[in-house]
Design a protein around this ligand. Structure first.
Ligand code: GLN
Length: 305
């Protein structure tokens, strides 16, 4: 397996030259666009890695998976889906347009920015700090890593320049989708996006989802089975924003991307995979990461269809 991963990473390094690192959040522009790393953890607890697997990056939108898990556990699916839809979006991840034109004003799904901000307001906790801590605890538990921390430079940068997210959140407040103090919810959102991780952390999180919500290393159930099924369904249909359909065709497994360059992929009942390659396409997805997953999908027969 290690040999295969090494070969696949090296075969696809050339793709790191395509696209650009995210720069709309100034601190993200410092990411190394040439990096390409992978980590795999299977449901038997075997771990494999290759390439620049030690690269640190901020979790960004991959945190939306953890937020959705917590919202579903804390409030139940009826409440969650009364505030956010479960439909794919053809617009970019930070688009605001459908909030006004859809009758219900509900964000299309939990994995675009509007949907994630709505889900944070549903997570248990009396204020933004408690909500952030609730999701961060879940993340640490699923990554089996208590050392995980926020990158404060990225957090400050997001907070300072996140005016589109601010517009989205105030619109949601006006439409009664968010019930709490907007700045408080936004602060939790910015902090969650700024959590610093490696592919090892993300592969472990994916392995818990792959193993039907049970941690492979301890056999502890971390996610109720039904929540785990919902999360995978939404990863499959909405995980790569407006490129989710194309990714489903190419790779055929539930996944979630983030503008830090990570793509978390779940191969149900088999393994969790995380790749990082900070050079992104226009949808905000890692170009080399997608190529690595496409090749691996063929070689390991990962396509769930
Ligand atoms: N922090 C980023 C934002 O809100 C997350 C977006 C992403 O990873 N697609 O714009």
């Amino acid at each position: 397996m290690e040999k295969l991963l090494n070969a696949v990473v090296e075969n696809n390094r050339i793709w790191t030259k395509q696209g650009t690192v995210a720069s709309y959040i100034p601190e993200l522009a410092k990411a190394n666009g040439d990096a390409l790393g992978i980590h795999v953890m299977d449901v038997e607890c075997n771990e494999f890695y290759a390439g620049d697997f030690e690269t640190k990056f901020t979790i960004q939108s991959v945190s939306k998976v953890l937020t959705l898990i917590c919202a579903l556990i804390d409030k139940g699916k009826e409440k969650v889906f009364s505030k956010v839809g479960a439909e794919a979006s053809a617009d970019s991840f930070n688009s605001i347009v459908k909030l006004e034109t859809r009758n219900s004003h509900k964000p299309l799904n939990p994995f675009i920015n509007a949907g994630a901000i709505a889900c944070i307001s549903l997570v248990a906790g009396d204020n933004g700090i408690e909500k952030f801590e609730r999701v961060q605890e879940m993340l640490k538990k699923m990554a089996n890593n208590q050392e995980i921390q926020v990158n404060y430079q990225v957090y400050q940068s997001e907070k300072l320049t996140g005016n589109t997210n601010r517009a989205i959140a105030y619109y949601l407040k006006g439409a009664n989708i968010i019930e709490r103090d907007v700045e408080d919810v936004l602060d939790a959102y910015f902090k969650l996006c700024s959590i610093e991780v490696t592919v090892k952390d993300i592969a472990r999180i994916a392995s818990v989802i792959a193993n039907e919500g049970v941690a492979p290393w301890s056999n502890e159930r971390m996610i109720p089975k039904e929540v785990n099924q919902i999360v995978q369904a939404i990863m499959m249909t909405c995980g790569l924003y407006n490129a989710s359909g194309e990714f489903a065709v190419k790779v055929g497994a539930p996944a979630k991307s983030g503008v830090g360059g990570c793509i978390m992929t779940v191969v149900p009942k088999r393994m969790g995979i995380a790749v990082v390659g900070p050079s992104l396409d226009e949808s905000g997805n890692s170009i080399a990461g997608t190529k690595v997953l496409e090749e691996l999908s063929k070689k390991l027969e990962m396509n769930i269809f």
